[in-house]
Design a protein. Structure first.
Length: 197
């Protein structure tokens, strides 16, 4: 019975990641199709729309936006619109949080930004994987974060969430691995992953 269980488990561990990846790709495809496809169906002559045009249009729009953001006037218009959006309470909370989260991974130019560290708890003989998210607290109330402390985000395994703790820098040990690898390691509870080519 144990032999059959091991075979079943091996099959499941092989199939599930493939199915999950396919499901995600299908979801992205259908979302892009439904979001961009409907306007295209209205704009194009009847019968000329082909499945997949919505996805291609979505990729094209993202690329064009990236090119336009290099122009000073477009960037200024975007920043002005963004400032107006950030004055709306609910939108401000959601938008700013998402922008900062994705910005942490997108900004590879700053080595100390979202730096991977091990948080040391010598009293418990414990170390936790974390990411330094902030070192300057000048805009926060006096005394809220003591001098020499930094904010460290520690993600939880197998779920979206985590804890932000404020610790002295001498309790942190920098780790020389890419952020994406460290996040994958944390989210998968430290399970050994195959090396990516």
């Amino acid at each position: 019975m144990k032999y059959l269980s091991r075979i079943f488990l091996a099959g499941m561990l092989t199939v599930l990641p493939v199915l999950a990846t396919i499901y995600l790709l299908v979801w992205l495809f259908t979302t892009a199709e439904s979001f961009m496809g409907e306007p295209l169906k209205i704009l194009l002559p009847e019968g000329t729309y082909v499945t997949g045009m919505g996805l291609v249009a979505g990729v094209a729009v993202i690329f064009v936006v990236g090119v336009l953001m290099r122009a000073y006037i477009i960037r200024t218009i975007f920043e002005t619109t963004e400032k107006l959006l950030l004055k709306v309470p609910l939108i401000k909370t959601i938008y700013s949080a998402l922008r900062e989260f994705f910005g942490l991974f997108a900004d590879q130019s700053k080595e100390d930004h979202f730096q991977v560290v091990m948080v040391n708890f010598p009293e418990q003989n414990l170390r936790l994987l974390g990411f330094i998210t902030r070192e300057d607290f000048s805009d926060m109330p006096t005394g809220m974060v003591p001098d020499g402390h930094v904010s460290v985000y520690m993600p939880m395994s197998y779920q979206i969430g985590g804890y932000t703790v404020y610790l002295p820098k001498d309790r942190l040990t920098p780790v020389d691995i890419p952020r994406e690898h460290a996040m994958r390691l944390a989210v998968t509870a430290g399970i050994k992953l195959k090396k990516q080519n």
